[in-house]
Design a binder for this molecule. Structure first.
Ligand code: ZN
Length: 429
C-alpha cells in the first residue's frame, strides 16, 4: 500500500470543502437545504460535479435514468471501483447526507490526479438519483436503475410528492430515457465491477458518543414490520369487571411490549444484531375512556437486524408470545400486512482492507451495523462486493441541524485514498 503524506491529501480536502460550501449556498432552503430527487437542487449538484470531473479530464456520462458516472482511468482498465451515494436531500435537510459520499469519491480522484498517480483500477464516482423516498415513495431508485433492475411499471405509477408528476415524466424532462430504463439498460457490467464503496455520514450518535471519527460498516439491517396490528379485547366497566374476567387489550399489549423487550435483551446478550421498536401504541380514541377497560389497541412494530435468521427467529417468537398472552388474557392479536426488507451484508474482504487502510493512515475506527438503509444495500444484494464507511456527524440527520466536522470528513477521505491505493490483487482477492 502506498503511504500518502498529509500534504498530498490537501488538493482533495480543499476541493471537498469548496464543493460542500457551494452546495450549501446554492441549494439553501432555510432552515437547511433542499435538493429534490430529479429536481433543481439535484440537477445543480450534478452539474457542479461534472464540471470538476471534466476539468481533470475524467470521463463524464449519465445513464438512461440520469445517474451520473465520473470515471478516472486506472492502471488496469478491466475493473472498476465504484464510489457513490446520492445528492438529493429530504426537504429542509442537511448538506451531508448523501453528498458526503459522492464528494469523497471525487476528492479521492482529485488526490490521485494531483499526485500524478493512477489508481489500480478505474475509479467511477456515482451520483445516484432520488434516494430519499420522501420524493418518490420507493427505496433506492438510483441504485436499482443504475444496475438495470428497476421495475419498469413504477416509472408510470410513482409520482413525485411535490408535483404529482411521474418518474418517467421527470426522466424525460431531464433528457433521459425511461424506455431504456424499462428495458433494463445499465452502464454497470457485473464482471467489470470490482467493488462499490459508499462513504456516508452516520445517522445515529454512536461515533459521536464514542468519540471516533469513522466507522466500518458490517451490514445494512433488514426488517420486518407490522404497521397496522391490533389487539382486540372487550370494553368493560373499570370498577365492576373482576380481573379474571377481563379482556384487557391495554394490559395484553403492555405485556407483549415488555416480553419483546426481554427477548431483544436476551438476543443481544447472545451476540445477535437486533432492534425492536413499538413506534405507535394507542387505545382507540373513539371508544376508550377513563373508566373503561380497553377493548382495542393499535400497534406498530418495527424489527431490524443484519441477520436474516435473527429476523425469522424473532418473528416466530413474537407469534408464540402473542399466542400465550392471547390465551391467558382472552384477547386476540390481528397483525395486518407484513412488510420488510432483506438485510445486506458488506463484503468481509473489503471491510478488512478498509480496516488495514485506517490503521495505515493512523485513524481510529469502530466496526458497526447500519440501521438506516442506503443504496449500498442494492449493490450488495446484487452480489457486487460492497463496503461502507461512516463519518461521525452531529445533531442527527434528516434535519437542518445535521453537522459534520470537516476534519472527520478528511479522515474518512484518507482511509478511502489509502484503501484505493491497494494493488489489484488485493481487490480481486
Ligand atoms: Zn443518505
Amino acid at each position: 500500500m502506498r503511504a500518502w503524506h498529509k500534504e498530498e491529501l490537501v488538493p482533495g480536502e480543499a476541493l471537498a470543502h469548496r464543493l460542500f460550501d457551494t452546495l450549501a449556498r446554492e441549494t439553501a432552503d432555510p432552515p437547511g437545504v433542499t435538493r429534490i430527487g430529479f429536481g433543481e437542487g439535484e440537477r445543480f449538484a450534478h452539474e457542479l460535479l461534472m464540471d470538476e470531473a471534466a476539468a481533470r479530464g475524467f470521463e463524464v456520462a449519465h445513464d438512461a435514468a440520469g445517474n451520473l458516472f465520473l470515471t478516472q482511468p486506472g492502471e488496469d482498465r478491466s475493473g472498476t471501483i465504484y464510489i457513490g451515494s446520492h445528492v438529493d436531500t429530504v426537504p429542509h435537510g442537511g448538506n451531508y447526507d448523501g453528498a458526503a459520499g459522492v464528494i469523497a469519491g471525487l476528492a479521492a480522484q482529485a488526490i490521485f490526479h494531483a499526485a500524478g498517480v493512477k489508481p489500480p483500477f478505474d475509479i467511477t464516482v456515482l451520483a445516484l438519483r432520488a434516494e430519499e423516498s420522501c420524493w418518490f415513495p420507493h427505496s433506492y431508485i438510483g441504485s436499482k436503475t443504475a444496475l438495470g433492475i428497476f421495475d419498469g411499471k413504477l416509472l408510470d405509477t410513482l409520482k413525485r410528492s411535490d408535483n404529482g408528476r411521474t418518474l418517467a415524466d421527470h426522466m424525460c424532462e431531464g433528457g433521459f430515457d425511461p424506455e431504456a430504463v424499462r428495458r433494463g439498460e445499465s452502464l454497470i457490467e457485473r464482471k467489470q465491477a470490482v467493488a462499490y464503496i459508499e462513504p456516508h455520514i452516520e445517522q445515529a450518535p454512536v461515533l459521536e458518543i464514542e468519540r471516533l471519527p469513522v466507522g466500518i460498516v458490517t451490514g445494512i439491517r433488514g426488517s420486518f414490520r407490522y404497521r397496522t396490528a391490533k389487539c382486540i379485547g372487550a370494553y368493560a366497566h373499570s370498577g365492576a369487571m373482576p380481573r379474571e374476567y377481563r379482556k384487557d387489550a391495554a394490559a395484553a399489549t403492555g405485556e407483549l411490549i415488555l416480553r419483546m423487550d426481554e427477548l431483544w435483551a436476551d438476543l443481544l446478550t447472545a451476540g445477535r444484531d437486533l432492534t425492536v421498536t413499538f413506534g405507535e401504541v394507542m387505545t382507540n380514541p373513539e371508544q376508550h375512556g377513563f373508566s373503561k377497560v380497553a377493548g382495542e389497541t393499535h400497534i406498530c412494530l418495527d424489527v431490524r437486524s443484519q441477520d436474516k435468521q435473527t429476523l425469522e427467529t424473532v418473528r416466530e417468537r413474537l407469534m408464540a408470545i402473542a399466542d400465550d398472552i392471547a390465551a391467558r388474557r382472552q384477547v386476540r392479536f390481528e397483525w395486518g400486512e407484513l412488510t420488510g426488507s432483506t438485510p445486506a451484508v458488506m463484503s468481509k474482504p473489503l471491510q478488512d482492507m478498509m480496516a488495514a487502510a485506517a490503521s495505515q493512515a493512523g485513524i481510529p475506527y469502530r466496526v458497526m451495523a447500519s440501521g438506516a438503509g442506503h443504496d449500498a444495500a442494492t449493490f450488495a444484494l446484487e452480489g457486487i462486493p460492497t463496503a461502507m464507511i461512516f463519518i461521525r456527524n452531529q445533531n442527527g440527520s434528516h434535519n437542518p441541524d445535521e453537522a459534520m466536522d470537516m476534519a472527520d470528513f478528511d479522515q474518512a477521505l484518507s482511509v478511502l485514498v489509502h484503501m484505493l491505493s491497494m494493488p489489484t490483487a488485493a481487490w480481486r482477492g
